[in-house]
Design a protein around this ligand. Sequence first.
Ligand code: IPE
Ligand code: IPE
Ligand code: MG
Length: 249
Amino acid sequence: MADINQTIEQLKSQIDMINLPKHVAIIMDGNGRWAKKRFLPRNFGHQEGMERVIEIVGAASNLGIKHLSLYAFSTENWKRPLEEVQGLMKILVQYIMRELDKLHKNNVKVQIMGDIEKLPKYAKDEVIKTMRTTSQNTGMILNIGLNYGGRDEIIFGIKNLLIDIEMGKINIDDLNETNFSNYLYTKGQPDPDLLIRPSGELRLSNFMLYQIAYTEFCFYDILWPDFTEKHLLLSIIDYQKRNRRFGGI
Ligand code: IPE
Ligand code: IPE
Ligand code: MG
């Protein structure tokens, strides 16, 4: 039985490398509670959460995961106090600036999921630069959900679809589940096989609603800043035990 007290090597030896999930999605939740438990301001939790992003991105890419989607800031997170929103935005941009060289060297292609038009200019400029720099990379695709909402994504897709219909690029009768997914931020990528949410909440909070139809879920009762490479390995071991039927028998 796999458990957290085993070493990384022991956990890795239990993973079937041929049956890795192609796409792993993570709702990185619990930073605020992590800070609160330590009597620290919430942004300390976001800062610590970023250290875990670095660890998990490295681990996933080394393992051979081809697509990793991280939920960093939702369309609903603007409701938070301005100080937290501004702090969080700065921490996210610092992460991207600090990690860009390493991500690029590791052949990671960074894509932002979400409406970047509403981001502060410095943040928008930085994410555009990162996407441009890494656009030709052929290793893991790292999708970062920034001002991302699953419903917002579907509406964005429908708007673009209507434009294409009007321009005669697609016939409405030819629309199907597969070609509609080309109108989403994850265009061209497979749906997540595995979704992980730490923090103890058992909900999707508007993450990848279209793509997640047959995704396997792993919920953890720990907070994101406590989520380590070992938890990622454990969730993959758990995933590989699931019987995915996709509605069949
Ligand atoms: C991080 O955790 C997720 C983000 C929205 C950035 P939270 O900030 O939601 O932390 P909790 O859930 O309040 O503990
Ligand atoms: C989901 O976490 C969004 C991100 C992790 C970015 P929230 O903390 O915003 O979700 P709720 O409010 O608990 O559903
Ligand atoms: Mg939360």
